[in-house]
Write a protein that binds this ligand. Sequence first.
Ligand SMILES: Nc1nc2c(ncn2[C@@H]2O[C@H](COP(=O)(O)OP(=O)(O)O)[C@@H](O)[C@H]2O)c(=O)[nH]1
Ligand SMILES: [Mg+2]
Length: 382
Amino acid sequence: MPVTPVAKTDNQPLHLSRVARSTPGIELTIIVPTFNERDNVEPLIERLGAVLKDVEWEVVYVDDDSPDGTAAKIREVSRWNSRVRCVQRIGRRGLSTAVIEGMLASSAPYLAVIDADLQHDETLLPRMLDTLKAQSLDVVVATRYGDGGGIGDWNRRRAALSNAATWLARSVVAAELTDPMSGFFVMTRPAFEQAVRRLSGQGFKILLDLFASTPTPYRFAEVPYTFRNRSRGESKLDSLALWEYLMLLVDKLAGRWVPVRFVLFAAVGAGGLVVHLLTLRIALMGVSFPIAQTIATVTAMTSNFVVNNAFTYRDRRLHGMRFLTGLLSFFAICSIGAVANVRLASAVFERNYAWWISGLAGAAASVVWNYAVTSVFTWRGR
Ligand SMILES: Nc1nc2c(ncn2[C@@H]2O[C@H](COP(=O)(O)OP(=O)(O)O)[C@@H](O)[C@H]2O)c(=O)[nH]1
Ligand SMILES: [Mg+2]
């Protein structure tokens, strides 16, 4: 049977039988993560259809079971437009993992990511794809900060926050990206695949995650654009998003060796030591040592619990009654940790190790115990 090339991803034409090439394959998949974007679905699809004339494209929406019925809206549109698909995730949230799963649900050689809310200038897509192909790049990023770009009328606080986050991103990405926080880019499938198993998936900065995870640096170009204002729906960027961003950075810096949460938990523990000593010093002015030490221990444990609840477990934060039962379980678990700490430290000391080695061994054992057990009992994941 004669064979002809049908799709070119790189220089290798793909040879398939006539049966297999009855309809042309999709060349570009546009991944759109959504949470409560029902009213933006139709306008975006209309705009994509208007600009993507010379390419076989599809759009894969990845919706986290939005209560406003976004998924139903997408399916309604897809009954009339076969370029539209919907991946609906239940009991899950997260922009980065949504994008990753959208990419995995696609077979196209080129992948684009764009927000659902029309803030990204979709008319750039053809140019971004052409640039990617013409220069044999891995990624083309739309940037708000290059010459000719802009951030629309963001308030000063948000602009400053974004600047600070961009600056911090430099700690994990060597590439000279002007806008590593951009959520609008086009990449090749091989570029995605080489990073996919190393991605953190944490938070909402998937581009940064990709650049920080790729084993060989990406060849990339940037295209400036002006961020539009949202006309429908609400921004989901809140303080949780900020926390997730910091978790992504810590994960990229230290995650290869230890879990991010453990790093935070241990840091909070170290802070607790300072609280303990300060409280002890103050309490000693009024009461005897054993009482002062008891007050200091309870104070430090309580403050550690509060800080861990607010930061380390920001995403599983306990409120109301669960805050109280959580506090009690934290006390109980840390008390066992403290006993183990003293026992181990004493045993090491008896074997003639230096006092500080013995002390550190005990402290390390209790922090590992406290972390491991409270993560299961106090801050149970869903
Ligand atoms: N699937 C999914 N999409 C999300 C989630 N959070 C935000 N999005 C989508 O990600 C895009 C960017 O979010 P947005 O709130 O507009 O962020 P902003 O532009 O930085 O204010 C939008 O299309 C949102 O609907 C999420 O948890 N899951
Ligand atoms: Mg937005």
